[in-house]
Every structure is written in structure tokens, then in C-alpha cells.
Write a protein that binds this ligand. Structure first.
Ligand code: C2E
Ligand code: CA
Ligand code: CA
Length: 762
């Protein structure tokens, strides 16, 4: 109503009302003149008065009707405008040039918690701000606020500001100056939007931090231009350049042409096929980090419009692992001192040569070569000279063995496989060339040494139809040569077979060894690197009634060849578990398993039975296997190992580093322990390569999360080196030799009765 009355100020109908008044005046004047002329004479003043009254009546009548209609129309318009204003989402208010409120809407009032009665047209901005202060929706200084606002309105441009209310809401205010010097302000509550934005920022920052710190290189490209959009820290390290040199560029501008082409092809393949793509090991020439061997996983991300938008590449850099593998594989197949192939490589070569000769009906010869007087040189001049001598011998042998396979089998033993030319004549020619390599003395550190070689030869197929017989017969020939004359060459003949017969006899005796109680177990402690004993390894000993103590390195292969290993292994397992079950301390017991035990019988059932029978908790039993177990029927071996592990028993990889391709085996089964072969430990201090291989194995096992223990640790110096390399534990003469368990009574927690003091007490 207030506004309706005010709207009269805008009324535009005055002209019509004046016209109506004038016409009424003229009409009334005319009527009065007619009455004056026709009926009664009227005074002139009366005529004028009557005409004036008539004019006034007309004026009033038309004016009133017109004004009422107009006012009604304006009222209706205003109501509509009010409804429209009040239904806006934003708060709205209009101020005049005097900073007085002209128009406002309900959302504005509600937004600032203002009282409907107190909100008046003409209220000053100051009053309004004070009212807001009282309502708790204005926190600043009123005068400062007004001054700042005046300042901005003076520029005559629309300006926006986000204000924080004391109750935590955020209001976006847009002020638009009006031509009359006032302004229109819209107020929008953007609290929710701000919160969502903050949350998004937070999430983005969180994801950025994660991606930045993921240890795998991650790179993201945009599709379709394939320019890099994101490169994390690991990717910078991998590429060897700063991300600023990558972002916004295509592969072609980051990598060399060949690599860029390869990356591009893979990217395009993925875009064509969609989804994700894995690329197995491949080489990448990085811009600043050289050649890397990597695997990559690519993933295409589709945008909201269902079109491919991003291409994510995650790299796994396996270069170091590959290097370790290659190094270990090389070391595993090569003798560290002379760089010649080692025994493992020789075994592989002879097996392959037998196969080939069988297939082609060829002949070939094996030469077993023994260096004369080497031990004396070693003793007299020391290891350093001994090593240099072996090195020189190897070079001279290589020079005369062109075309043949030369390997260093042991200390001063070498073996040669030669399939060149007719046999036995070409083997004989080679043997003679070999025996002449020492015609010139070897001089090392100004020591002049006269050396010689003794050689035994066996020819395939006459002297042996398979590798092991052939090698054994070449050794038998060497044995005969050494016993006859140093420096001689002997070819195998049947008379040398006696040694083989000896072996067979020993095998017969071994069959009865278990029932005759000739076998015994010795126990060797295993310790943490600080020397705390954690368990024992059981090692078999054979007390032969006539020959005395036969070493396991002799009788275990015999047992394996003849199948006795089944019974022998079972006896060892049962005896060791039964013994360990009686120890007061819950130390572990390690038992060696032969590969042959995996091929025959049901090993996991046997172990299960023995554990039940002896009451030994499975976690205390550790089974040591060599990779020989996994060569051959790999799947069967792994399945047996898994069954054993399911029993709760631990599995250790024994003699690591001496074999073939231990690394793939290590990955194929989750071993609980790796035992570094003692050959590497023995050479510590003499050979830099041994230290390197030990470091490599420890690094590798850390990657696989498997503890390493070193075998054959004899000196404190070796132990200290291993401790420095973070080796978990050790075994060897330093902590204790293999001995009957009675010698370790105290270590296993038994009270040792001091007989002497008992006697004194008695
Ligand atoms: P292995 O399993 O590697 O056993 C460790 C060998 O290294 C043992 O030789 C032990 O006496 C020796 N040794 C331990 N510490 C040192 C040291 O500090 N320096 C030196 N030089 N040698 C050390 P052992 O007892 O002669 O056994 C030789 C191999 O015979 C064993 O090697 C194992 O492969 C096999 N063997 C022994 N007992 C059994 C058994 O019960 N079953 C099976 N299948 N094999 C066995
Ligand atoms: Ca062992
Ligand atoms: Ca071992």
C-alpha cells in the first residue's frame, strides 16, 4: 500500500483531467446561458460561477475515475514485481546516490537475518550495516566498509566481492553502479559451492601428493595431441631430465627418433584398441638416464563425453634387477678368477655335446687336466701368486684349445671338451699341445716357476655313453696318469675301471649303513649376524666299518645314484626332528633334501607324518633345497614345495650362486631364506668379485624380501663384512663346526651337569 500511494508521484493523467474540466466548464457555461436566455435572466456573476462549478465537477469526476484506474494498474504491476523479486535465489537491493535503500527483496532480508519491520525504504546503508551487525551477519568496521564501497562505486564499474560472514557462510556480492549515482547489489550464498571447491582442491592436492610420491614413474598425455600433461618425480628420475623439459611436448621432442617412434606406435595401438595395455620388458633410451630396461602399463581414460581423454603410462624400471641377474648369471657360469666357464657351465656343455653326438653319430673327447706342483706354489708363495699363476695358466691353455670348450672345474683342475677332428688322434694332439705350454717358465713377481700338466682322456662313445660315466672315466685316466708319472697323458682303458667298481662296493655298503647304525647326525649352529644362535643344520655322517669316516660329499651322490637317498633322507629327517623336539629352547632345525627325494615318493606326506610323530612344531623345521630340485619337472617340484609350505614348514634355498638360473627360481617360489654358498664367502678378501656377488645377492633378496644367510663363515673379518652388507645371518666354523648335539647341550638349553663339581659336593 505504501508503495501504491508513492506511485501516485509517477501519475501521468493530468492532461486528460484538465481537458475534461475545461470541457465541463464550457458545457456548463453554455447550459447556463441557454437557461438565462430562454427561461430566467441570470446575473453574469452567477453565470460564471455556475460554469466554474460545472468545470470543477467535470474535472473531478474524470480525474477521479482515471486516477483510480491508473493506481490500480500500478498496484498490480508492483505486486508482480515484488513476487518476482522475492522468488529470486539471490538477495537483491538497490541504493540511491545518497546510499539509501530503495528496493530490496525477501531473500536479501533472510540472508542477513534482518527484521522485516526494521527494513525501510530510505534506510541508510549505515543503518543497514548496523542492523546486520546486531543480527550477527556483519563483522567488519561499518565506516571502513562504506568508505571502501564509495571508492569502488566511484569507478562506475561493476565489481564483485566474496564476503565471509561470522557464521561461516560465504556470500558473493556483485555491485553494479546505476546512472543516477546509486547501485544495484546482488547477494548470493555460495557457501556450498565454496565448500565443494575447497574439497575438490583438497582432493586434488591429496592426489597430486600421492602421484608425486608414487615410487613408479607415471606419465600422462592428452588425447589426441599426445603431449605430456603430467610427469611425477619418479618419472623425472627415470627420464633423467626435469619435468619442465617434458610437459607440453610430444614423445618426439623428448626421446630420440627410434624410441619416440616405439612409444608412439604403442600409444596409437592403445588408442585404437581402448582399455589398457601391458608391454613386457623392453629397452628405452631415456633423454638423460641412458638405456633402461622397463615394463610399461598403459591405460586410456575416457572423458565425460565418452571420448578418450588421457593416456596414462606407468613404468617399471627393471634395469638394476636385470643387471644383477646378468651379473649373477655370468658369475654363476664363470670362474671368478680366470673368467673361464665353471663346473656348472661344463656340466651343461657336456650334456649338450652328448646329445648332439648321439644325434649325429659323432665322437668327441673329454680331457681332465691337473696342474702339477700348484699346491706347492700356493704354499710357498702364497695365494696372491697362486691366483696370478692360475690366471696365466688359463690364458696359455686358452691359446692352445681354440675351438674346444675349456672350463675350470676346481682349484687346479681344468676340463676340456673337444669335438673337432677324428678321435682319439685330435684329442691326443691337443693334449700334447697342452703339455708343452710350460716349456717357458712362468714368472710372477720375479718368481720363476716351472710348471707341468697331467692329462686324462676319455672318448665318447667308447669310454662312456653318458656324460657322468665319460667324465668319471676321464678322471680315472687322470688318476692313473698322476700315479704313474707327473706330466704324462693317459687315455682311459678298462683296467682303470677298478675305481668304478670301488664305488659300486661302497654303494652296497651304504645300503646296509642305516640298519647297521653306521649313520649319525652332526649339528652345525646357524646364527643371526650378531652371533645369537637361532637353530642348527643337521649334516649326515657315515662311519664306515673299514674306511672310517666317509664324507657326505662322497656318499650322498652315491645314495642319489642308487636310490638309497629315499631311505637315508627319511632317516635324517626323522632323527633330526626327534632330536630337535627334545630341545628346551625352540630353535630351528634345518634338514637337507636331495632333488631325488622330490622325484620319488610323497615327500609332503612324509614330512607331515614325521612332524606328527615327533611332535615338532612345523615352524621349527626348515628344509634346505638346492635349485637342482627345480631343474627337470619344475611344476611338480613347485607343487610339492607349496604343499610343504602349507604344512607351516620353512623352505630355504641352499648353495645360492653356484647354479644355473637361480633368479627365475627365486621368483617362482616364495622361499623363506637364501643361503649364499660358501665359495663366495671363502673368497672374500681375495676376490673383489666375491664381495660384488654377495652384495648383489643381498640387494636382490632385499627386493624379494627374503632374508639371506651366508655359509662357510670362518673369520670375524668375514662376519664383519657381511654385517656391514646387512646380511641377516651366518653359519660356519666361526660360530661352530658340525658336531654331535651333545657338544651343543648348553646352546639348545639343556642343563649341563658339571661332573667335577658334583663329585666335590658328594
Ligand atoms: P651343505 O648343505 O652346503 O652343508 C654345509 C657344508 O659346509 C657341510 O659340509 C659343512 O661341514 C661345511 N661347512 C660348514 N661351515 C663351514 C666352514 O666354515 N668352512 C668350510 N670349509 N666348510 C664348512 P658337509 O657336512 O661335508 O656336507 C657337505 C654337503 O653334503 C652338504 O652341503 C649337503 O649338500 C650334503 N649333505 C650333508 N648331509 C646331508 C643330508 O642329510 N641329506 C642331503 N640330501 N645332503 C646332505
Ligand atoms: Ca645345506
Ligand atoms: Ca650349502
Amino acid at each position: 500500500m505504501v508503495r501504491t500511494i508513492k506511485s501516485l508521484g509517477h501519475y501521468r493523467g493530468w492532461r486528460r483531467i484538465l481537458t475534461a474540466g475545461a470541457m465541463s466548464f464550457v458545457a456548463t457555461l453554455a447550459a447556463v446561458l441557454i437557461v438565462d436566455l430562454i427561461l430566467v435572466p441570470i446575473s453574469a456573476l452567477s453565470i460564471v460561477l455556475a460554469a466554474a462549478v460545472g468545470g470543477l465537477v467535470g474535472f473531478c469526476w474524470v480525474g477521479t475515475v482515471s486516477a483510480v484506474r491508473t493506481v490500480q494498474a500500478i498496484g498490480a504491476l508492483n505486486t508482480r514485481r515484488e513476487v518476482a523479486l522475492d522468488s529470486m535465489i539471490q538477495g537483491l537491493c538497490v541504493f540511491d546516490s545518497q546510499y539509501r535503500l530503495v528496493v530490496w527483496n525477501e531473500p536479501y532480508r533472510v540472508m542477513y537475518g534482518l527484521d522485516a519491520r526494521g527494513l525501510k525504504r530510505g534506510a541508510s546503508l549505515r543503518d543497514l550495516l548496523i542492523a546486520r551487525q546486531a543480527a550477527g551477519t556483519f563483522a567488519g568496521d561499518v565506516d571502513d566498509y562504506i568508505a571502501a564501497l564509495k571508492d569502488k562505486i566511484g569507478y562506475n564499474n561493476t565489481f564483485a566481492v566474496d564476503i565471509e560472514l561470522p557464521d561461516g557462510r560465504t556470500i558473493a556480492v556483485i555491485d553494479t553502479p546505476t546512472p543516477d549515482g546509486g547501485w544495484i547489489a546482488t547477494h548470493e550464498d555460495i557457501t556450498e559451492r565454496k565448500r565443494a571447491e575447497r574439497e575438490l582442491d583438497h582432493t586434488r592436492a591429496f592426489l597430486d601428493t600421492i602421484i608425486e610420491n608414487v615410487p613408479s614413474p607415471i606419465m600422462v598425455k592428452g588425447i589426441p595431441d599426445l603431449k605430456y600433461l603430467l610427469v611425477n618425480r619418479a618419472a623425472e628420475d627415470y627420464l633423467g631430465i626435469d619435468r619442465r623439459d617434458v610437459l607440453g611436448k610430444t614423445s618426439a621432442r623428448v626421446f630420440n627418433a627410434e624410441t619416440a617412434e616405439m612409444i608412439d606406435v604403442a600409444d596409437r595401438q592403445l588408442i585404437a584398441a581402448g582399455g589398457s595395455m601391458f608391454r613386457d620388458e623392453h629397452a628405452v633410451v631415456t633423454p638423460g638416464n641412458g638405456l633402461r630396461i622397463v615394463t610399461s602399463a598403459r591405460l586410456q581414460v575416457v572423458g565425460t563425453d565418452n571420448k578418450p581423454q588421457y593416456l596414462i603410462t606407468v613404468i617399471r624400471d627393471v634395469t638394476e634387477r636385470k643387471r644383477h641377474e646378468q651379473r649373477i648369471a655370468h658369475l654363476a657360469h664363470h670362474d671368478q678368477l680366470t673368467e673361464l666357464p665353471n663346473r656348472a657351465a661344463f656340466n651343461e656343455c657336456i650334456a649338450a655335446t652328448v646329445d648332439m653326438a648321439n644325434a649325429q653319430g659323432d665322437s668327441f673327447a673329454v680331457l681332465s687336466v691337473d696342474l702339477d706342483r700348484f699346491k706347492a706354489v700356493n704354499d710357498v708363495f702364497g695365494h696372491k701368486v697362486g691366483d696370478a699363476l692360475l690366471h696365466e695358466v688359463a690364458r696359455r691353455m686358452e691359446a692352445v684349445c681354440q675351438g674346444a670348450f675349456l672350463a675350470r672345474i676346481g682349484g687346479d683342475e681344468f676340463s676340456i671338451i673337444t669335438s673337432v677332428g677324428p678321435q682319439p688322434s685330435s684329442a691326443e694332439a691337443m693334449a700334447e699341445r697342452l703339455s708343452r705350454i710350460f716349456e717357458n717358465d712362468i714368472v710372477i713377481d720375479s718368481h720363476s716357476m716351472r710348471m707341468g700338466v697331467t692329462i686324462g682322456v676319455a672318448v665318447f662313445p667308447e669310454d662312456g655313453a653318458d656324460a657322468s660315466v665319460l667324465v668319471a672315466n676321464a678322471d680315472a685316466a687322470l688318476f692313473r696318469a698322476k700315479s704313474e708319472a707327473r706330466g704324462s697323458i693317459r687315455f682311459f682303458d678298462m683296467s682303470m675301471d677298478t675305481q668304478l667298481r670301488e664305488r659300486r662296493a661302497l654303494q652296497q655298503d651304504l645300503r646296509k649303513a642305516i640298519e647297521n647304525n653306521e649313520l649319525e647326525l652332526h649339528y652345525q649352529p646357524q646364527a643371526n649376524i650378531d652371533g645369537t644362535v637361532t637353530g642348527f643344520e643337521a649334516l649326515a655322517r657315515w662311519h664306515h666299518p673299514r674306511r672310517g669316516l666317509v664324507p657326505p660329499t662322497d656318499f650322498i651322490p652315491l645314495a642319489e645314484e642308487s636310490g638309497i637317498i629315499g631311505a637315508l633322507g627319511e632317516w635324517v629327517l626323522r632323527t633330526a626332528c626327534r632330536e630337535a623336539a627334545t630341545w628346551p629352547k625352540p630353535l630351528t632345525i634345518a634338514v637337507n633334501l636331495s632333488p631325488v627325494q622330490f622325484q620319488h615318493g610323497d615327500l609332503s606326506t612324509l614330512v607331515h607324518q614325521v612332524l606328527l610323530e615327533t611332535g615338532l612344531p612345523p615352524a621349527r623345521l626348515e628344509l634346505e633345497i638346492t635349485e637342482g630340485v627345480l631343474i627337470g619337472d619344475f611344476a611338480r617340484a613347485v607343487s610339492i614345495l607349496r604343499r610343504l609350505k602349507n604344512l607351516g614348514v620353512r623352505i630355504a634355498m641352499d648353495d645360492f650362486g653356484t647354479g644355473y638360473s637361480s633368479l627365475s627360481y627365486l621368483q617362482a617360489f616364495p622361499f623363506d631364506k637364501i643361503k649364499i654358498d660358501r665359495a663366495f664367502v671363502i673368497n672374500l678378501g681375495h676376490s673383489q668379485q666375491s664381495a660384488t656377488i654377495i652384495r648383489a645377492v643381498i640387494a636382490l633378496s632385499r627386493g624379494l624380501d627374503v632374508p639371506v644367510i651366508a655359509e662357510g663363515v670362518e673369520t670375524e673379518e668375514q662376519r664383519r663384512f657381511l654385517a656391514g652388507e646387512n646380511c641377516a645371518g651366518y653359519q660356519g666354523y666361526l660360530i661352530g663346526r658340525p658336531k654331535p648335539i651333545a657338544d651343543y647341550a648348553e646352546t639348545v638349553g639343556r642343563t649341563v651337569i658339571d661332573l667335577a663339581s658334583r663329585a666335590r659336593i658328594a
